[in-house]
Design a binder for this molecule. Structure first.
Ligand SMILES: C[S@@+](CC[C@H](N)C(=O)[O-])C[C@H]1O[C@@H](n2cnc3c(N)ncnc32)[C@H](O)[C@@H]1O
Length: 379
């Protein structure tokens, strides 16, 4: 199931170059992410009215081409759908050509993305004024020329950290720590603080480069999984993955040293942690943008809703596992040393997770919280 990205030796994260401003090589490819990302689409669907507002109010004067860009587009199913929506407002507002830019890490499955952009060899957007392109690069770097982007968007992506702020996380596999229900590990206060700081610095780095790329008055819509007062999106998924991995640490098949250094480099932010770099004076990005809208909300999770309706535990465990496999597998694969039958071990880890979910679903409840902000680039 791994995406086949090449591996460069480095002690604890073989495929990731420290200069890449990335901590993953992407989602599981070959259509697997697309097939298992309806929950992420539900999060996007909730902000479509906000996207409409951005597309309606972004200034389109003094341009030769209107550009909209999506950062962290993955294989593109959700990226295409959300771009289609923005085009319904933008196209009637201008007679200029519109360029859509779909960007992700160089190791992303761009072949699937291109097929999504040009199914049957023609543009999926079906309009002769729309031209699409893909850009490989970290969203924490500048990827487009100065003042060239009108509408920038990112969905379910900025939670992936640009760098690993701590070398090892021996007590758990994700920075926010275990859920209260499962409580199967720990993250020290010092580590927790390092992740929270990194997450803010990542927003600062992202805003800094988008501020360069955007035209004055340009819009930036940021949506990401996170945490609210009572929901933390990491609960459940990382508890069951942690339990599954630990069962292979016990047998010695997953080396203990690799476990100590392995963690999924994603951080669940509160809304205030997302907006702080926009306003707080200690950040270089303070004052570059006006905040037009913010929101935090819970997203309906299709496999949870289905399970409530039909009680089909096997289907629930399978869909739940595929959901988190799609965004955790490459990091887990990169955390393992080059051992024989690594792919088989990965399969067995996810099969074990599915088994644990089937055996004890109440230990791993999953809820998805999303946080969002719409910004305008100041003159
Ligand atoms: C969960 S997927 C979201 C995909 C899509 N936007 C959606 O909402 O369905 C997160 C995406 O962010 C990308 N990503 C992670 N770190 C990144 C970085 N530093 N720069 C660009 N993309 C990154 C991953 O490769 C992945 O495709």
């Amino acid at each position: 199931m791994t995406d086949g990205a090449s591996e460069h030796p480095s002690p604890h994260n073989p495929a990731i170059d420290p200069d890449s401003h990335a901590t993953t090589s992407g989602m599981t490819g070959h259509g697997f992410y697309d097939a298992n990302s309806t929950t992420q689409w539900n999060a996007i669907e909730a902000v479509l009215p906000t996207l409409d507002l951005a597309a309606k109010t972004v200034p389109l004067e003094n341009a030769q081409v209107i550009t909209l860009a999506d950062y962290g587009c993955s294989e593109g199913r959700n990226s295409v759908a959300v771009t289609e929506r923005a085009l319904t407002t933008l196209l009637p507002r201008t007679s200029l050509p519109i360029q859509t830019v779909h960007s992700d890490l160089p190791t992303n499955d761009f072949s699937t993305l291109f097929l999504n952009l040009r199914p049957h060899g023609q543009s999926v957007f079906g309009n002769e004024r729309v031209f699409s392109s893909a850009v490989g690069g970290s969203m924490y770097d500048q990827l487009r020329p100065d003042r060239s982007v009108h509408l920038a968007m990112t969905f379910n992506a900025i939670g992936f950290l640009s760098t690993r702020p701590v070398e090892s996380l021996p007590g758990y596999i994700q920075p926010n720590g275990p859920s209260k229900i499962r409580n199967n590990g720990y993250v020290s206060g010092e580590s927790g603080h390092a992740f929270a700081l990194q997450a803010k610095q990542d927003v600062e780095a992202f805003l800094k480069v988008r501020a360069k790329e955007l035209v004055p008055g340009g819009k930036l819509l940021v949506l990401v999984f996170g945490a609210t007062e009572d929901v933390c999106t990491s609960d459940g998924i990382y508890d069951v993955l942690n339990d599954a991995v630990l069962s292979f640490v016990e047998t010695g098949e997953f080396p203990k040293e690799a476990y100590d250094h392995y963690y999924q480099p994603v951080y669940m932010r509160r809304l205030s942690e997302l907006t702080e770099p926009v306003v707080a004076p200690q950040f270089e990005t303070a004052g570059l943008f006006d905040i037009e809208d913010t929101n935090e909300y819970e997203v309906a999770v299709p496999f949870v809703e289905q399970f409530k309706k039909d009680g089909n535990l096997s289907a629930y465990a399978s869909a739940y596992t595929d959901f988190f496999r799609a965004f955790t597998e490459t990091v887990l694969a990169n955390a393992l040393p080059a051992i024989p039958d690594k792919d088989k071990l990965l399969d067995r880890i996810y099969a074990r997770a599915e088994e644990l979910l089937r055996a004890n679903p109440d230990l791993y409840p999953f809820r998805y919280a999303a946080i969002e902000m719409l910004l305008t680039r100041k003159d």
